[in-house]
Structure formats: structure tokens, C-alpha cells
Design a protein around this ligand. Structure first.
Ligand SMILES: CC(C)(COP(=O)(O)OP(=O)(O)OC[C@H]1O[C@@H](n2cnc3c(N)ncnc32)[C@H](O)[C@@H]1OP(=O)(O)O)[C@@H](O)C(=O)NCCC(=O)NCCS
Length: 159
């Protein structure tokens, strides 16, 4: 009996991906502010949603594990935000989220995924490299920084 219950419980707790809504933004912003020194503003998320960008929450039961925002333009996908709550980082959650995004883009005949990342974000760089992204360019003075601004590296993965 307990084994059956255990299996049902774990089935129920499989992460699910649900479309982000404006009503989710209080919870999203609470995470965004915890994760980033220079977080997106609520307006950045609102603009993304009103512009029709694709955005999801990754949830396990009632708990939000992370979220992502992606913009599809013709045959390119631009990954604008991918974030996992600190307690769940480095346990495969980001990979599961990225796989969902890659599958979504592939179904829409996207041929490449692009993103910007801070060269100082070693953890994210390792994550993207692990998933086959390569640097294809840089954008000087792209990000706010403690002193002045920081260059963005542009990474790409062919689908
Ligand atoms: C970047 C992020 C989305 C990755 O998600 P994650 O759930 O932590 O990553 P995963 O557990 O799926 O890691 C997959 C692989 O990425 C690499 N990786 C991830 N974090 C790493 C780290 N700190 N150091 C080295 N490699 C790392 C590893 O190769 C790892 O594989 P392994 O676990 O077999 O070693 C997540 O850490 C995050 O939200 N970070 C803060 C927000 C952020 O920086 N977002 C990206 C902005 S561009």
C-alpha cells in the first residue's frame, strides 16, 4: 500500500510547465529579486507577456521551481530569461526547463536558439556550454554593473 502511495505521490510531483500569466508576476518577481543582482523589472515581464512572447512557469505541485521567457522571431528563438529558484539549482531543473524550450522551438521549425549572458556568470556559462551553446558574438555595455556596464556574450545553439 505504501509503495503504491509513494508511486502516486511521485507521479503527482512531476514538474509541469504552465503558461505564465500577469497574476503570476508577484511570485515571479519575488524569485527574480532573490536570484539576480540586477533583476528584470515587473515591467519587463509585463511587456514580454503583452508582446506575446512565450513564457512559462515550471511548477512541482503548488511550488514554483523556475520560469523562462522566450521570443520566437521567424526561425530563431531568443531565450530572454531562464531562472531556477536557488534551492533547486544544480539538480537538473534548468536542464529540464531548457529541454522543454528546445522541444517547443523545434516543433515550430526554429533552427537556432540565441541568448545573451554575462561573461561573469560562470555558472550559467557552464550550463549553456553543457547544452551545446557556443559564443558567436558580444554586445559591449549591454548589462548594468556595479561599476559602469558589462559586455554580454551572445551564445547560439543550432537546433
Ligand atoms: C543557470 C541555471 C538556469 C541552470 O539551471 P540548473 O538547474 O542550476 O542547471 P542543471 O542542474 O540542469 O545543470 C546542468 C549542467 O550545467 C552545468 N552547470 C550548471 N551549473 C554549474 C555550475 N555552477 N558550475 C559548473 N557547471 C554547472 C553542469 O554541466 C551541469 O551538469 P551536471 O549537473 O551533470 O554537472 C540556474 O542555475 C539559474 O537559474 N541560475 C541563476 C539565474 C541565471 O543565471 N540564469 C541565466 C541567465 S543568462
Amino acid at each position: 500500500m505504501s509503495a503504491v502511495m509513494g508511486r502516486l505521490d511521485s507521479d503527482l510531483l512531476q514538474p509541469e510547465f504552465v503558461t505564465m500569466q500577469v497574476d503570476d508576476l508577484d511570485a515571479v518577481m519575488a524569485i527574480e529579486r532573490r536570484i539576480y543582482e540586477f533583476p528584470w523589472t515587473r515591467g519587463n515581464f509585463e511587456d514580454s507577456l503583452s508582446s506575446g512572447y512565450d513564457a512559462w512557469l515550471m511548477r512541482e505541485g503548488a511550488r514554483m521551481l523556475g520560469y523562462a521567457v522566450m521570443m520566437l522571431v521567424l526561425d530563431e528563438a531568443h531565450l530572454l530569461n531562464i531562472s531556477i529558484i536557488p534551492e533547486q539549482q544544480h539538480s537538473g531543473r534548468g536542464s529540464a526547463m531548457l529541454k522543454y524550450l528546445l522541444d517547443f522551438a523545434t516543433e515550430r521549425e526554429v533552427v537556432r536558439m540565441l541568448l545573451e549572458v554575462r561573461p561573469s556568470n560562470a555558472s550559467a556559462l557552464a550550463f549553456y556550454k553543457h547544452h551545446g551553446f557556443v559564443q558567436v558574438g558580444e554586445r559591449p555595455d549591454y548589462y548594468p554593473a556595479r561599476q559602469g556596464r558589462e559586455t554580454a556574450w551572445v551564445l547560439e545553439r543550432t537546433l
